[in-house]
Design a protein around this ligand. Structure first.
Ligand code: PLP
Ligand code: ZN
Length: 405
C-alpha cells in the first residue's frame, strides 16, 4: 500500500492513516500522500494494463491495498463515442464516460469501494453515509457484498426510485427531516460518538481518492492521451477536484501524453453555490437547495472552494444550468446518443452547452462528458415523453389507419 500519510490540504501537517475526517490543527480536509519517486519506478502503462478490469488496476495510486477477493468491483466503465451529439454541438469529438455501468449505476461505487476497504483494514463493521441518493445505494450494496452493516441518512424528500434502489440491499435507512446538509451535519456529529465508518466523514480522505480513477481511465481509454476538456457535475465538489488531481498525477508519473484538460463544472440553478463563487471570484457561500437535480443538492459543499480553484487552474469554468433545461437535456442526450443519464447528467450537458456557447471549448476540441448516474433512478423530469399511442392488436387496422399520416 503506497500511501504514506494523510496531509492537511490547508496547513500541510501530516497525520497517520487512520479514520479522521479533518485536520486536528485547522479542521482542513486531509489527502493521502504517496511516495512519488517509488511509484515512478514501479508504475508503468504496462503494469496498469496488466491489472484487473476495475479500479483496482490503479491500486498503487490509491490509499488502500487492493482486495484479494474483489467482489462487485467498480470501474473500467465504457468510454462511449457520441458523434451525432458532437456534430450538433459543433465540437470535434465527444465521448461519454458511462459510470452508469458501475454495480449500482453511479460513480459512487468507486469512492465507496475505496472507503470500504479502509473500513475493513481498520476493523470497522458498520458502513454509513449521508447521501443525496446514489451514495446510499452504493454503501448499501457494498455492505451487502462484504457482509458489513449499513446505515444511511437521506433527505426525507428523496426520489422514490433512489430510495428503493438503496433499500433493496437491506440497509437501515433514516429519512432525515431536512436537506442533505442536515443529514451531513447529523452524520458528522454521530461520527464522534459511534465506531462506524462514515464513508464521507471520517473515511472521506480515502473515499474521495476513488474519484481519481475516472481521470486515470479516461486517459488510458484514449490511448494514454488527455482530452482537451472534461465536463463534470458538482455537488460537494469532491469529484471535480479529484478528477483534476488524477490527471495531474498521471503527468507526474509520466504516463500520459498531452497537457491537463480544462475542467468544466455544472450546477443546477436551484443549488449553485460553487458556480456563483466561480463567477464572482469569491468564496463559496452556503445556500438552501431547491433543485430537481437532487443528487447535486448540497447547499454547503465541503470541497466547493477547491472545485473553484481547480476550474481556474485548468482553464475551465463552472456554469449554472436552468432548472427547466435539465429534463430536456436528459432527453437530448438520450435521443442523440442512446444514453439515459440522470438529472445530474442533464446539468452536465447543460454545462457543456454553456461552455460551447461561451467559446470556452474549441470547435476541434476532444471533450469527455461524465455520465455519473442513471436516468432510471430519476425518471420524473422526462415522464412527459411517455405518451404511447393506444391501438388494437390488428395488423390491417394498423397498416391502413395508424400508419396513414
Ligand atoms: C450522479 C452524481 N453525480 C455527481 C455527484 C457530485 O459529486 P460530488 O459531491 O463529489 O461533487 C453526485 C453526488 O452525489 C451524484 O450523485
Ligand atoms: Zn491543517
Amino acid at each position: 500500500m503506497p500511501a504514506v500519510s494523510l496531509s492537511c490540504r490547508i496547513c500541510s501537517i501530516e497525520h497517520p492513516l487512520v479514520a479522521t475526517g479533518s485536520c486536528s490543527r485547522c479542521f482542513g480536509p486531509l489527502d493521502p500522500t504517496y511516495d512519488w519517486d517509488a511509484l515512478r519506478a514501479r508504475v508503468s502503462r504496462a503494469s496498469i494494463e496488466a491489472g484487473p478490469a476495475s479500479i483496482w488496476r490503479y491500486a498503487d495510486l490509491l490509499p488502500v491495498a487492493a482486495p484479494s477477493d474483489a467482489r462487485l468491483a467498480p470501474g473500467m466503465t465504457p468510454l462511449h463515442p457520441a458523434p451525432r451529439l458532437a456534430a450538433e454541438l459543433g465540437i470535434g469529438e465527444l465521448w461519454l464516460k458511462l459510470d452508469t455501468a458501475n454495480p449500482t449505476h453511479s460513480f459512487k461505487d468507486r469512492v465507496v469501494a475505496v472507503a470500504a476497504r479502509k473500513a475493513q483494514e481498520l476493523g470497522l463493521e458498520t458502513l454509513s453515509c449521508s447521501s443525496t441518493g446514489n451514495l446510499a445505494g452504493a454503501v448499501a450494496a457494498r455492505a451487502a457484498a462484504e457482509g458489513l452493516e449499513a446505515v444511511v441518512f437521506v433527505p426525507s424528500d428523496l426520489e422514490p426510485e433512489k430510495l428503493a434502489a438503496a433499500a433493496v440491499y437491506g440497509p437501515r435507512i433514516f429519512a432525515v427531516a431536512g436537506t442533505y446538509d442536515h443529514c451531513s451535519r447529523l452524520s458528522v456529529e454521530l461520527s464522534f460518538e459511534l465506531p462506524w465508518g462514515f464513508v464521507n466523514v471520517n473515511l472521506r480522505s480515502y473515499y474521495a481518492e476513488g474519484s481519481k480513477t475516472i481521470a486515470y481511465e479516461i486517459a488510458e481509454q484514449l490511448g494514454w492521451q488527455t482530452p482537451d476538456a472534461v465536463v463534470i457535475p458538482i455537488a460537494s465538489g469532491a469529484l471535480f477536484h479529484k478528477v483534476g488531481q488524477g490527471f495531474n498525477e498521471l503527468a507526474t508519473l509520466g504516463l500520459v501524453d498531452g497537457s491537463a484538460p480544462s475542467l468544466f463544472g455544472g450546477q443546477a440553478a436551484g443549488c449553485e453555490p460553487v458556480a456563483v463563487a466561480f463567477r464572482e471570484g469569491a468564496r463559496v457561500v452556503p445556500v438552501r437547495p431547491a433543485s430537481i437535480a437532487r443528487s447535486l443538492a448540497i447547499g454547503n459543499p465541503a470541497d466547493g472552494d477547491f472545485a473553484v480553484a481547480t476550474a481556474r487552474a485548468t482553464g475551465g469554468a463552472i456554469h449554472t444550468v436552468a432548472e427547466d433545461e435539465i429534463g430536456p437535456n436528459m432527453e437530448h442526450l438520450a435521443a442523440t446518443t442512446g444514453v439515459f443519464g440522470e438529472t445530474a447528467t442533464g446539468v452536465t450537458l447543460g454545462a457543456l452547452k454553456a461552455a460551447v456557447a461561451a467559446g470556452q471549448v474549441g470547435r476541434q476540441a476532444r471533450v469527455v462528458l461524465l455520465v455519473t448516474g442513471d436516468g432510471l433512478k430519476t425518471p420524473g423530469p422526462v415522464s412527459n415523453t411517455y405518451d404511447p399511442i393506444m391501438i388494437e392488436a390488428d395488423a390491417d387496422a394498423f397498416l391502413e389507419q395508424v400508419l396513414v399520416t
